[in-house]
Ligand binder design. Structure first.
Ligand code: ATP
Ligand code: MG
Length: 158
């Protein structure tokens, strides 16, 4: 279950290329380090990525941008982030955003569709991989969600 991160992220970006183009959102992939592979269930991480990127597309107005970034972290981890220039999340909601069914502004969320389960499932999946997931946002400016996955041990020293 060694997963190559670059390939996984390229394929994830490809799945959203059409939607982003339709909404005039630029979607970029930014990987500068030579990344080790990670220990992961590829299908599960695809599910996490699809949720984070679909959230970014959903909550970013036309003309905005989304960046998917991956980098090596100390302690043998790889960090993957999805950042957007969207509507953001108020500080008071950030602490509860990983709870099941929690959604910011029910009316706004209902209009855009979804169940409010995506982030809680993402957190369960990442924790099952011994990684961590966190969110930061500035209301009106944008949002970044980052998670870590353990690197394959022999590769991390290279
Ligand atoms: P589902 O993922 O189940 O289809 P959802 O997208 O509403 O529904 P989550 O992915 O769990 O549910 O997100 C929870 C709430 O967090 C969203 O309803 C939205 O209010 C807020 N949110 C999540 N991601 C972003 C983002 N990138 N920008 C702004 N708000 C966000
Ligand atoms: Mg979602």
């Amino acid at each position: 279950k060694a997963v190559q991160v670059e390939e996984m992220l390229e394929e994830a970006a490809d799945r959203f290329a059409f939607q982003c183009r339709e909404k005039s959102i630029s979607l970029t992939l930014c990987i500068t380090d030579k990344l080790p592979r990670v220990y992961a269930d590829r299908d599960k991480i695809d599910q996490v990525l699809d949720n984070l990127i679909s959230n970014a597309v959903k909550y970013t107005p036309e003309g905005g941008s989304i960046a998917i970034v991956a980098a090596k972290r100390p302690g043998g981890m790889v960090e993957i982030s999805v950042a957007d220039t969207g509507i953001g999340i108020p500080k008071k909601d950030l602490g509860r955003i990983f709870e099941r069914f929690y959604r910011v502004d029910k009316a706004r969320s209902r209009r855009l569709g979804g169940t409010g389960l995506g982030l809680s499932i993402a957190k369960e999946i990442i924790q099952a991989h011994e990684g961590e997931i966190e969110i930061d946002s500035i209301y009106g400016k944008g949002t970044i969600v980052s998670f870590t996955l353990p690197a394959c041990v022999p590769e991390v020293v290279q």
